[in-house]
Design a protein around this ligand. Structure first.
Ligand code: ATP
Length: 255
C-alpha cells in the first residue's frame, strides 16, 4: 500500500540537519502499523509527506496511483487525522462528519448522511449527531474526528496520536473499541504513539524511528495472535515483547 526507500526530509530553514533520513519501510494492505520514536524524530512530518502536504527532500515514496516526485498527487488520497482533533466548533457532530462529502461531492448528500448515521452507533456516538464539539467528552471528540477521517472513504488512515491526551481508562475503552472496529473494516492504518503497550496491543508491526542524519528505522514484529483482547497486556509474552521494545527504543535514543 505504501513503500518508501531511503526517504529523508529537511526543513528549508535547516537544510544541513535532516529531521530524518534513510527511512525505508513497507505497509501492506490491511496492516496496522505503529510508528514510535523520540519526540521530534519526525513522525508527524512523515505523515505530512505521505498525505502530500510536504515533499520529501530525498528518497522514494510510493503510494499507489501517485507520482513520488509530485506531492500534490497524494493530496486527498489518504485519510489523515492530525494530533489535534480539528473539529469545527460551529458545526454539529453530523456536519463535522459531512465535511469529506462536501469536499469531494461523490454521491448524494442523503446517501452521505445515511452512511454517517449508520456509523454513529459503531463509534459509540448515537444520540450526539446534533451536538457541538464543546458538548462532547474528550473520548467522544476523538471518535468523532476518527469517524470524519473514515468518512473520507480511503483505505489508508494516518492517525497521529489519536489517544495521546486521554486518561488511562478512556484510552483502554477506545483500544477495545478500535480493535473491534479495525477487525471489521479492512482498513490499513498507520498509527503514531508514544505508548508502547498501545502500540503492541494494536499493531502487526512497529517501526522505531530514530530521526536525524543516518537515523533510519527499525522494524519490530508483534507476533501476538488476533483477535486480541485488551487484557492481553498481562500475558507473559506481551510483557516480554514490551521489555524488548522498550530496550530497542532506548537504544535508538542513545545511538
Ligand atoms: N514548520 C517547521 N519548520 C521548521 N522545523 C519544523 C517545522 N515543523 C516541525 N519542525 C521540526 O521538525 C522536527 C520534527 O517534528 P515532528 O513534529 O515531525 O516530530 P514528532 O516526532 O512528530 O514529535 P512528537 O512526538 O513530539 O509529536 C522537530 O525538531 C520540529 O521542531
Amino acid at each position: 500500500m505504501i513503500s518508501m526507500t531511503d526517504l529523508s526530509y529537511s526543513f528549508g530553514t535547516s537544510p544541513e540537519t535532516p529531521v530524518f533520513s534513510g527511512l525505508s519501510m513497507n505497509v501492506r494492505q490491511g496492516e496496522f502499523i505503529s510508528l514510535v520514536g523520540a519526540s521530534g524524530c519526525g513522525k508527524s512530518t512523515l505523515f505530512k509527506i505521505i498525505a502530500g502536504l510536504l515533499q520529501q527532500t530525498g528518497g522514494e515514496l510510493n503510494v499507489p496511483g501517485t507520482i513520488s516526485a509530485d506531492p500534490s498527487s497524494r493530496l486527498g488520497r489518504v485519510a489523515y487525522m492530525p494530533q489535534q482533533d480539528l473539529l469545527l466548533p460551529w458545526r454539529t457532530v453530523l456536519d463535522n462528519c459531512l465535511l469529506p462529502w462536501e469536499l469531494n461531492r461523490t454521491g448524494s448528500k442523503t446517501e452521505a448522511v445515511r452512511r454517517i448515521r449508520n456509523m454513529l452507533e459503531r463509534f459509540g456516538l448515537e444520540g450526539t449527531e446534533q451536538r457541538y464539539p464543546h458538548e462532547l467528552s474528550g473520548g467522544m471528540r476523538q471518535r468523532t474526528a476518527m469517524l470524519r477521517t473514515l468518512a473520507a472513504g480511503h483505505k489508508l488512515m494516518l492517525l497521529d496520536e489519536p489517544f495521546g491526551a486521554l486518561d488511562a481508562i478512556t484510552k483502554r475503552g477506545l483500544h477495545r473499541w478500535l480493535l473491534e472496529l479495525w477487525g471489521s473494516l479492512e482498513q490499513t492504518v498507520l498509527f503514531i504513539t508514544h505508548d508502547l503497550e498501545e502500540a503492541l496491543l494494536l499493531s502487526d508491526r512497529i517501526y522505531l524511528m530514530s530521526g536525524g542524519a543516518g537515523g533510519g528505522v527499525q522494524e519490530f514484529l508483534v507476533d501476538l495472535p488476533r483477535p486480541r483482547h485488551y487484557r492481553l497486556n498481562y500475558d507473559p509474552h506481551f510483557v516480554a515483547l514490551r521489555a524488548d521494545l522498550e530496550r530497542r527504543l532506548y537504544e535508538t535514543y542513545i545511538s
